[in-house]
Design a protein around this ligand. Structure first.
Ligand code: HSE
Length: 299
């Protein structure tokens, strides 16, 4: 039996639009074994919203079989979803990485992780969620003009925790990308590139003060805020209750606060209070950075 475990991810972390992402301690699981025919079961979080007919995990498995030019006779696959859909927590990245890694294991590991990252980025369109889903930790990544995926991994500092408010309502990535401007000003481009460079240094050095000063975005969050209920209230509550930084998680609808471990309970209560006071359904949760990324167990 092949068992692939893939973490949720948060992307962008403010100014790192499409280039910065971090793996989180919440997981989808994919169990797979060779069989004579194809049999697929779907369980777990929001499983009623997932179908076998239109399924990213299965599409990615087929993509890998096509890529290596070799197809199995059949397989049994159980998807145990653990990442909420269309909330900005990397559900599609988890499905892509889960499908590719399951198919790779089923065929005897013909591809290396770097090949899987390239395929996953082609499917997702940008590497910011798929890279940490596959490799774990905080990853800054890009695709060069030659098509190469270049990335650097940063180990999150010891007492970093994340408090997320995961609303019941969904925001599709296409809607959230649809509100973005076609062009940005030179001033906003300079703001983001300088803030991102310093933010990455802040994470690399565990410098919370630098992270606090530089997690500020001007090219996507200001436009996306219209889709995100109580964004400003959540931000104010998080920063006033002990978080040192705050961002939209990926394309939303989840928001995420970055905290030192000793403040996470307080920030969690504070975010839940904002939601309760505005009758917004959803749940505040505390997650840790996931350091190992996707793992594949064979039993
Ligand atoms: N970087 C992506 C975005 C993440 O913000 O649209 C969601 O796929």
């Amino acid at each position: 039996m092949i068992r692939v475990i893939v973490p949720a991810t948060t992307a962008n972390l403010g100014p790192g639009f499409d280039s910065l992402g971090m793996a989180l301690s919440q997981y989808s699981i994919f169990e797979c074994e060779a069989a004579d025919d194809i049999n697929i079961e779907i369980e777990g979080l929001e499983a009623d919203k997932l179908t076998v007919e239109n399924n990213l995990v299965i599409d990615c498995m087929n993509r890998l079989f096509e890529y290596i030019g070799n197809y199995p006779k059949g397989y049994r696959l159980k998807i145990i979803n653990g990442v909420p859909l269309a909330r900005g927590m990397g559900s599609s990245a988890a499905a892509i990485v889960g499908g590719l890694m399951s198919a790779n294991a089923l065929m005897g590991f013909p591809l290396e992780k770097e090949d899987i990252l390239k395929l996953a980025t082609e499917i997702e369109g940008h590497p910011d969620n798929v890279a940490p889903a596959l490799l774990g930790q905080l990853i800054v990544s890009t695709q060069t003009k030659d098509g190469e995926i270049v990335y650097q991994t940063i180990k999150p500092f010891e007492d970093l925790e994340c408090v997320l408010f995961i609303p019941e309502y969904e925001v599709s990535t296409s809607d959230s990308r649809g509100v973005l401007p076609k062009r940005i000003s030179m001033a906003d481009a300079v703001h983001n590139s300088s803030h991102l460079a310093l933010l990455v240094m802040g994470f690399a050095n565990g410098n919370k003060d630098l992270i606090a000063k530089t997690m500020d975005d001007k090219i996507h969050e200001p436009y996306r805020k219209i889709l995100i209920k109580q964004f400003d209230d959540f931000k104010e509550a998080a920063l006033n209750s002990g978080a040192f930084a705050f961002s939209l998680s990926g394309a939303g609808s989840t928001i995420i606060a970055y905290v030192s471990k000793e403040n996470s309970e307080n920030v969690c209560k504070s975010l839940q209070r904002v939601a309760d006071e505005s009758n917004l359904e959803g749940k505040a949760v505390i997650l840790k950075p996931c350091t190992n990324g996707a793992i594949c167990e064979i039993s």
